[in-house]
Structures are given as C-alpha cells and as structure tokens.
Ligand binder design. Structure first.
Ligand SMILES: [Fe+2]
Length: 286
C-alpha cells in the first residue's frame, strides 16, 4: 500500500469567511493512513505505552514522547517508515498547510498520541538521528495569558500542530505572522538597532546548532528592550488569526512564520495540542 501522507479536503464551513483559512490548502489523513491506523488498532498496537524522554542535544526543550518500533510487524514498519518519509516530504515553504478531521471519528486522543510517537520513532530511524524529530509534550497551565508571537527554533524547522483539548468558545485563537511581515516590521522600527535586526534574521536563516527559542523570544519581547513595545504594536496590526477546533491544525516552516495564541478561557491541559517538529535542514535566505 502506498504511504501517501495526506489527502486534500475542503475548508471547514466555520472557517469559510476567514481569509487565512481561504488562502491555503486543507488536508486530512490519507485513506492509506486510516487503513494503517485501523490495522494497528486491530492488532492492539494503539494501546501501547508512551513515555516522555529527553534528547540531550535539543535542550532546554528536548522533551519528547517516546515509544519504540518493537512489536510492529515487518509490513507495519515498512509502511510507517515510508509514511514518515511522505510526511517529511511536505515542505510548506511560505504556505500554511491546514488540517481537519485528524481526531474524533478518525482517532481518539490517546490513539493519536501513540501514532505520532510511532511516527517520530520512524522519522529518527530513517534519519539515523534522535534529534531529527520531537513530539514535545505541552506544559499544562492553570491560567493562560496567551502566547506572544514567536518561532520555536528547535533544531528542526517544520512545525506540525494538531489541536485537541481546546475550548469551543473561540478563545486560544491561533496567531500567525509571516517572516516577510516580521522583517518589514523590524526594518520600520527606528528604535530597533541594526545589529538586533541582523541577529533576528540570522536566527531565522541559519541552521541552528542549539535550541534558540529563548534568544529570539528575548529579542522580540524582552521587557528591557526599548524596541519591543513598538515592534509588538507593528506586528499586532498585521497578525492573522484562526480559531482552530479539535482535530484541526497546521504545518508551517517555523522559520517562515511566527506563531502564537490569544488567552484561553480555561486551564491549558497537556492534551491542548499535539506538536511534532521535524526537518533538520535550515532554509536559504529569501
Ligand atoms: Fe511555539
């Protein structure tokens, strides 16, 4: 069976008037993947235990869900590794690739956790490098003030989120701002020194030797920087948003889009979303 990762689908009715949602493709699980998930379920593999471990090279954000490929049949491993390659071949470049129908009738939260953990194992097996993909656990929060625009700046460049435990009241809205707009904003803020603009550009352009989330976040939002208020006001004027629901998500190139979220009306659970990052190569400057 061919391991095509995803199948095209239509934009959900509730996002039809959202400009961001209209501008980009919408995908869902491919029939081949659904058949594979069914096969795993039937053979009891979706009930397997998933643990959390740490990839030392990815510190300080090197935590990841883990499992192992043991217990899968040769055919299942063959499909999974081909599937991992097919997922990794999806390069969104400057696009946002949206997803729907990834949970509920397709899969339970727990089953998705197992499947994405297996997918991560297949990705690192294919790459021969445990830093090639991370399935990062979400940090639960009692009160959530939202999350300012940022890039994750893991060693990997592609960021795939599938939303799960999200409130149905349109809080915790996903925010996206393109790199193009960020760089335009950076150039237009007189209080932002050229060496800072250059460092922001370098962080987004160059393959990273270590996790650089903290460095970029500090430059964009650090309270000690005189430019951060101006920069945030500028970005706020151009930010795009979409209230993604359970089973919906997106895949972006983390170096080409900043992402964030508005405040959530209730506590953020560890089931809020599933986040798989992969793709070790950097991008060329544009
Ligand atoms: Fe993030």
């Amino acid at each position: 069976m061919e391991a095509m990762a995803f199948a095209p689908t239509t934009i959900p009715q509730h996002h039809r008037s959202n400009g961001l949602a209209q501008s980009y493709p919408w995908l869902t699980w491919s029939p081949a993947f659904r058949a594979f998930a069914h096969d795993l379920r039937e053979s009891g593999q979706l009930r397997r235990r998933v643990t959390i471990g740490e990839v030392p090279r990815c510190k300080p954000y090197g935590a990841t869900y883990r499992t192992h490929l043991r217990g899968l049949s040769g055919t299942q491993i063959k499909f999974l590794t081909a599937y991992a390659e097919s997922v990794q071949a999806h390069d969104p470049k400057t696009k946002v690739i949206f997803f729907r129908g990834m949970l509920q009738s397709a899969l339970s939260s727990r089953e998705l956790r197992v499947l994405l953990s297996l997918l991560r194992e297949a990705m690192i097996y294919v790459a021969g490098d445990e830093a090639a993909a991370l399935y990062s656990p979400v940090t639960p929060e009692q009160r959530d003030p939202g999350f300012n625009l940022h890039a994750d700046l893991f060693l990997t460049t592609k960021l795939w989120l599938i939303f799960d435990d999200v409130p149905g009241d349109c809080t915790g809205v996903s925010l996206l701002l393109s790199r193009k707009i960020l760089l335009k904003s950076v150039r237009q803020i007189p209080s932002l020194p050229p060496h800072v603009a250059k460092e922001i550009l370098h962080l987004l352009d160059r393959p990273l030797k270590s996790d650089s989330f903290n460095r970029l976040y500090g430059l964009l939002h650090g309270t000690g920087h005189r430019w951060s208020v101006d920069l945030n006001e500028h970005m706020k004027k151009h930010v795009l948003n979409i209230p993604l629901r359970v089973g919906e998500g997106y895949l972006i190139d983390d170096r080409r889009w900043l992402h964030g979220r508005t405040a959530v009306s209730r506590r953020v659970s560890k089931q809020r979303f599933h986040r798989l990052t992969f793709g070790l190569r950097g991008i060329s400057a544009t």
